[in-house]
Design a protein around this ligand. Structure first.
Ligand SMILES: [Zn+2]
Ligand SMILES: [Zn+2]
Ligand SMILES: [Zn+2]
Length: 141
């Protein structure tokens, strides 16, 4: 399904309409080149469309109906479209420049994770993996 169709379908299923601020947030994340955004960046992107409080509220709603994913990075966070849009993947976050790199989905790794969980009788329904470190360009300064 096309991303925009999926977005509209999820809004509808959640009982929400496609307001301008929600649409701008979605489009901003869709066109981000898969670079998760900070709240400050999203507030900047919606300037003139909605005030801060409305942007926070809209992000909460989009998160509650599975359109937006919140990535907890240390005590900060970034936002991106959910796995339903991007496919499942993990993130490597550079502690120096703040860049987030998306790691390709790795079938072996995922299988291993599920195997690990199952040894505890646990079934994984969802997970995030945030890896903290230093990116290649920061290492070479
Ligand atoms: Zn870096
Ligand atoms: Zn991502
Ligand atoms: Zn995973």
């Amino acid at each position: 399904m096309m991303a925009r169709q999926l977005y509209l379908q999820k809004l509808k299923a959640g009982g929400y309409s496609n307001t301008q601020v929600r649409r701008v947030l979605f489009e901003t994340l869709l066109n981000s080149g898969h670079q998760p955004k900070t709240m400050a960046q999203l507030i900047a992107a919606t300037e003139g469309v909605a005030d801060r409080a409305s942007v926070y509220r809209a992000v909460d709603i989009l998160q509650s109906i599975g359109i937006i994913n919140r990535l907890n990075i240390g005590w900060k966070y970034k936002l991106e479209l959910s796995d339903d849009f991007h496919g499942h993947h993990h993130h490597m976050n550079c502690g120096q420049c703040g860049k987030t790199i998306s790691a390709e989905d790795d079938k072996d790794f995922e299988a291993q994770l599920h195997r690990l969980a199952s040894t505890y009788g646990f079934t994984i329904t969802d997970h995030q993996l945030q890896i903290q470190g230093i990116c290649n360009s920061c290492k070479n300064i």
